[in-house]
Design a protein around this ligand. Structure first.
Ligand code: M6R
Length: 611
């Protein structure tokens, strides 16, 4: 992961770089650094262990001033979070500074070679081998473009790089291979960053580099080369995005704001996607309907929360559209040989569109004979959307909290639209479609109703603050809801949480139950309710404490050791979306009580751009 930003301008670039880092902090936040070259051709650097906020403080105390600079916020892969391991890395003689996002897979071999030729290493990172490589190459050809090109030829792995050389002020070299990198075009100035969001305060014009590209950037001149060092043209994109999305709008945390934004997010997703009780299939991309007419099966691939959305969608797809649907974790799919049945649509789901495993799975799918590829994604100009045949944007707006909330519920709504759009070609009647569309339209109001339970859930959360483990139970399409609830709790409160299909309890996990193991279950009034109630009795009989979210009509009564929040959800196909909301709030309040870092939980990053 990690976020990189760079600039060449006729003004001091430090404030631009620091603002860019704040906006990239979702990509990692365990250390940060900034390096600039000033008029006197001196290379200056500051680095800190910790978040960008700590770098800002250090910069206030020791401001850097220069027209050319690079900066980095890190998510540690090679080497612990520390100041020494923080980027930018600088080579011998303070000649070159470099920031890197990605992983250099042959770094050990390079380290050995460089060590043998006398290099001393100042960090445990894979990145330091790259800056040393450039230093060596500069001794033969003192031109930063050629030195960087010669060095990246020796690299295996993924990288987005920003490189500056103190002998060449006003010049920035950027290279991309497998990690995201965009060039921002200003007036008489250029920028680079891991995403456009970092640069919105300074430009709305962007050039997306392609794999293998290397860019030679000066204030008034930009030349892009491909992997063979041939000059190439890459299109200029003018985006209409506003820079001020990072505001918490009065909420204590981004996560809470994003939970409460879900009614709006769902409404915005549905806008222009349904009309007269029908789903507009062309919203999935040009020619989507003709492709959907040929679909015999689906393969969904995703990671984390997006994977849970896929699991729920697989239930819907088989039950409503009666189309076979397989779902797999992207990091597993990408490394195995699989059989692709004829007329199978490949669907990737990702909030960021930059998740390395999901992108690699898509690349694998493109070689595997799928009918077509569809991305369900929240970021329009992401690597995933650019590489897919069909795209459906979830329009949830930027999600800042590391724990995914509004991205998940909007993914589910998008997937439901997909189920209808495909189901129409497989016997789903107009009447059924109209009924589902009505249910979808009712979602924002129903989610709003659920948010009213915030205070009850906050009270329930107090019961969890001293717990070390928790078990989540669900059945059918509510099992992935339980999985998502468990992921949310462990991710932000650091309580170990597992989800089980309730029917599996007696096959092992029941052994864990005692009065110190809270069991959280979602109990919708559906065809599996009675089965679930029997499973809950098994827990109760062994002294386990139950925390239930149930329909009023589920007739689940509170008793000693049984806490019930009736959430009054009509149990239709939308219910998994709705049952997710109280579990998000539960995780949030437990984490608040525990004093955890809600929006930036330890060890994590929002966008996982490394394997
Ligand atoms: O951007 P993506 O949806 O591809 O991200 C996938 C996962 O990394 C992500 O959903 C992660 O599990 C969330 N932080 C969970 O809240």
């Amino acid at each position: 992961m990690c976020g990189i930003v760079g600039a060449v301008a006729q003004r001091n670039v430090s404030p631009i770089l620091l603002e860019g880092l704040k906006r990239l902090e979702y990509r990692g936040y365990d250390s940060a650094g900034l390096a600039v070259i000033d008029q006197a051709k001196s290379l200056q650097r500051i680095r800190v262990q910790g978040k960008v906020g700590a770098l800002l403080k250090k910069h206030q105390a020791t401001p850097l001033n220069g027209n050319t600079g690079i900066a980095h916020t890190r998510w540690a892969t090679h080497g612990k979070p520390s100041t020494n391991n923080a980027h930018p890395h600088i080579c011998r003689d303070d000649q070159v500074a470099l920031v890197h996002n990605g992983i250099i897979e042959n770094h050990e071999q390079l380290r050995e070679q460089q060590g043998a030729s006398g290099f001393k290493f100042n960090s445990e990172t894979d990145t330091e081998t790259v800056v040393n490589g450039i230093y060596v190459a500069l001794q033969t050809n003192p031109d930063l473009l050629h030195a960087t090109f010669a060095t990246i030829k020796q690299l295996q792995g993924a990288y987005a790089l920003g490189v500056i050389n103190k002998s060449e002020p006003g010049r920035l070299i950027a290279a991309k291979n497998g990690s995201p990198l965009v060039i921002g075009v200003g007036i008489g100035e250029y920028f680079i960053a891991s995403d456009v969001f970092a640069l919105l305060p300074v430009t709305q014009q962007f050039i997306f580099l392609e794999e293998g590209d290397i860019a030679d950037i000066r204030c008034t001149d930009l030349t892009i080369y491909n992997a063979e060092l041939k000059i190439v043209e890459r299109p200029l994109n003018v985006l209409e995005l506003t820079p001020d999305v990072a505001d918490k709008a009065g909420y204590k945390h981004h996560m809470l704001k994003e939970i409460f934004f879900q009614p709006n997010a769902i409404a915005e997703l549905l806008e222009n996607r349904i009309s007269d009780g029908q789903v507009i299939s062309s919203e999935f991309g040009h020619g989507a309907d003709a492709i959907f007419a040929q679909v015999h099966s689906l393969k969904i691939v995703a990671c984390g929360t997006s994977y849970h959305a896929g699991l729920i969608a697989a239930h819907w797809m088989e039950e409503i559209a009666q189309i076979s649907c397989q779902i797999e974790i992207a990091s597993e799919y990408r490394y195995r040989k699989s059989v692709v049945p004829d007329n199978t649509l490949f669907v990737s789901i990702s909030q960021s569109g930059e998740t390395a495993d999901t992108l690699a799975a898509l690349q694998q799918a493109k070689k595997s004979g799928f009918l077509s590829t569809l991305a369900i994604c929240n970021v329009a100009e992401s690597s995933l959307t650019r590489a897919s045949d069909l795209v459906f944007l979830t329009h949830a707006g930027p999600e800042i909290g590391v724990a995914s909330t509004k991205a998940f519920t909007t993914q589910l709504v998008a997937l439901f639209l997909l189920v209808i759009a495909i189901g129409k070609h497989n016997g789903l009647s107009n009447k059924q479609e109209n009924m589902f569309v009505k249910q979808l339209e009712s979602l924002p109001a129903r989610v709003n109703q659920l948010l009213l339970h915030k205070d009850d859930i906050e009270t329930m959360a107090k019961e969890f603050a001293d717990k070390h483990h928790a078990l989540f139970l669900g059945r059918g399409s509510f099992l992935p809801v339980a999985m998502e609830g468990a992921l949310k709790l462990k991710e932000i409160s650091y309580i170990h949480a597992e989800a089980y299909a309730a029917g599996e309890l007696k096959h092992g996990p029941l052994a864990l139950i005692d009065d110190d193991m809270p069991v959280i279950a979602v109990a919708p009034n559906n065809n599996l309710l009675e089965k679930l109630k029997s499973n809950l009795q098994e827990v109760k009989a062994r002294g386990g404490k139950l925390y239930l979210f149930a329909d009023e009509t589920s007739a689940v009564e509170p008793a000693e050791g049984v806490y019930v929040i009736n959430i009054n959800v009509v149990c239709d196909f939308m219910a998994p979306i709705l049952y997710t909301i109280p579990l998000q709030l539960l995780a949030y309040h437990v984490a608040v009580i525990k004093g955890a870092d809600i929006d930036q939980p330890r060890n994590l990053a929002k966008s996982v751009t490394v394997e």
